[in-house]
Write a protein that binds this ligand. Structure first.
Ligand SMILES: Cc1ncc(COP(=O)(O)O)c(C=O)c1O
Length: 416
C-alpha cells in the first residue's frame, strides 16, 4: 500500500528542500539517483559534530563522546546492511571504496581473472580493468539481457571459472533502474570459485530496498551517504571477515581486520545513524515491529510499495494524464512492467533530444537528469542502442502530484 497523504507530509517534513530548490525555487525532485534529499537530522548532527575540535583516542570527555558516536555509527551501518560479522568503515565516496575493495581483493588473491558485467557503473569496472592489468590477470565483463535490462545468473554462468579472483555485481542500475538478484549470482559464483572475492555495488539500490549481506554470501558491499538520505563526502563499505583480514592497505602494526585509514569524521558516522533512526521510525509508522532490524525491513517494504505506486503513475498515468507507457512517441528503457524496476523510469521522446527535454522539465519545475553515452553510462546505453534518455528517479517521499507535474510536460512535448 502506498503512504497516506498524512504519512507523506510527515515523511517530507523530515527532509530538507522537499518542495523547493534553494537556488531555483519550487520544483518536484526526480533526481534521486543523482543524490537523495537530505534528512534534516543528518544535517543538524553534522553541523554539531563538525564544530568539535577534539580528536579520537584521548582521555577526555569530548573524545570519549566522539568515540561512542563512531561506535554507534558502526553498529548502525551493520544493522542497515544486515551484517552480523565483518567490518564497516567510511571512505571518501562510493567510487573510492569500491576501488579500494577491488584493488585489495585482487592483490590478495592467487586467482587469475576478474569478472563483472556491462550493467555496472564505472566505479567497479574501471578498478577491475586497472587492477587486473597490474596483477597480470584477465578482466571480463559479461553482457546483461537487453530485453529485461537485468544481469542474472544466466549471463554470469558461462564466464565462471575456478580461477576467479574477484567478481563484481551491481545491485541496481542507476541507468535502467532495475535491481539484480545478488544472492543468486553470488551463489553461482561461489559454487564454481569458492575463494573468489565477491564485491557488490549497492550505491543505487540501498535507498530503494532491503540490504541483507548475511544472506548474500559476498565479501564486500558499498553504499554512498548522499544517495541514502545523508550527505556528500562519505561512503560506507562492509567487508566480510575473510576480506577484512586479507592483506590490504593499512598502517603497519594495525590489527589485521582494520581498514580505516586515519582519523574518523565522527559527523559522518552520526549522520548515518540518523538515517537508520529515520528508517526505524518509518518502519514503526507502517508496522507493529519493535525490533530495529524488523523496523528497517518494514520500512523497506513500505518504500518499495510507495515507489511502485509512483512508477505505476509514471507509466500508466495519473490525474487524468496518460503515462509514459501509453504515449505515442515516448519510449521507456526496459520493460514497462518489471518486478526489477526500483523507483526509476528512463525514457526518451521521439523528435526531442533528451538533454533539451531535461532543460524544459527543469524550467517547468521538474528536476530530472539526462543519461547519455558518456563514460558513466555508455556501457549500458550502447548495448541498448540508445543515444540518450531522460531519467526520472523517484524516492519514497515523492508524490503522485509531482508525477502529474512531470507528465504534464512530457504529454505536451509528445504532442498529445
Ligand atoms: C551504482 C553506482 N555506483 C557508483 C556510483 C558512484 O558513487 P559515488 O558518487 O559515491 O562515488 C554511483 C553514483 O551515481 C552509482 O549510482
Amino acid at each position: 500500500m502506498p503512504f497516506t497523504s498524512e504519512q507523506l507530509l510527515e515523511i517530507r517534513d523530515r527532509f530538507h528542500h522537499a518542495d523547493v530548490c534553494p537556488i531555483q525555487g519550487p520544483r518536484a525532485f526526480f533526481e534521486n539517483a543523482g543524490g537523495s534529499l537530505t534528512l534534516k537530522a543528518a544535517v543538524e548532527r553534522t553541523a554539531e559534530l563538525m564544530a568539535f575540535p577534539d580528536n579520537q583516542g584521548r582521555a577526555n570527555a569530548a573524545s570519549q563522546y566522539l568515540m561512542a558516536i563512531i561506535a554507534q555509527g558502526r553498529n548502525d551501518m551493520k544493522l542497515l546492511m544486515g551484517a552480523s560479522s565483518g567490518e564497516v568503515f567510511i571512505g571518501e565516496s562510493g567510487t573510492e571504496l569500491l576501488g579500494r575493495l577491488i584493488r585489495n581483493a585482487t592483490l590478495a588473491s592467487s586467482g587469475a581473472k576478474i569478472l563483472g558485467s556491462h550493467l555496472e557503473h564505472p566505479a567497479t569496472y574501471s578498478a577491475g580493468r586497472r587492477w587486473a592489468e597490474v596483477a597480470g590477470m584477465t578482466y571480463e565483463q559479461v553482457d546483461f539481457d537487453t530485453a529485461s535490462t537485468v544481469v542474472s545468473v544466466e549471463q554470469y554462468r558461462p564466464a565462471l571459472t575456478p580461477d576467479l579472483a574477484v567478481a563484481t555485481i551491481i545491485h541496481a542500475s542507476p541507468v535502467t533502474g532495475m535491481h539484480v538478484d545478488v544472492k543468486a549470482i553470488a551463489a553461482e559464483i561461489r559454487a564454481v570459485a569458492p575463494e573468489c572475492f565477491i564485491i557488490v555495488d549497492g550505491i543505487q539500490h540501498a535507498a530503494h530496498g532491503h540490504v541483507a549481506v548475511d544472506d548474500y554470501g559476498i565479501d564486500g558491499y558499498v553504499v554512498s551517504g548522499y544517495k541514502l538520505f545523508s550527505r556528500h563526502n562519505f561512503g560506507v563499505a562492509w567487508v566480510s571477515d575473510r576480506l577484512a583480514t586479507a592483506p590490504h592497505d593499512q598502517l603497519a602494526g594495525a590489527p589485521a581486520n582494520v581498514w580505516e585509514l586515519g582519523t574518523r569524521d565522527a559527523s559522518a558516522y552520526a549522520a548515518f545513524s540518523e538515517v537508520v533512526r529515520y528508517l526505524e521510525w518509518l518502519g514503526a509508522e507502517v508496522s507493529d515491529e519493535t525490533e530495529p532490524r524488523a523496523q528497517l525491513e518494514a520500512a523497506s517494504a513500505a518504500i518499495r510499495d510507495q515507489e511502485q505506486d509512483l512508477v505505476d503513475a509514471m507509466m500508466w498515468g495519473t490525474g487524468g494524464l496518460p503515462g509514459l507507457g501509453q504515449l505515442d512517441g515516448v519510449h521507456v528503457v526496459g520493460p514497462e512492467a518489471s518486478e526489477h524496476r526500483s523507483g526509476m523510469v528512463s525514457f526518451w521522446i521521439e523528435g526531442h533530444d533528451s538533454l533539451d527535454v531535461v532543460d524544459t522539465l527543469n524550467a517547468e519545475g521538474v528536476r530530472t537528469h539526462a543519461r547519455k553515452q558518456d563514460y558513466y553510462s555508455a556501457s549500458v546505453l550502447e548495448p541498448l542502442g540508445i543515444e540518450n534518455c531522460i531519467r526520472a528517479s523517484a524516492s519514497h517521499y515523492n508524490t503522485r502530484a509531482e508525477v502529474e507535474q512531470l507528465l504534464a510536460t512530457v504529454n505536451r512535448l509528445a504532442g498529445s
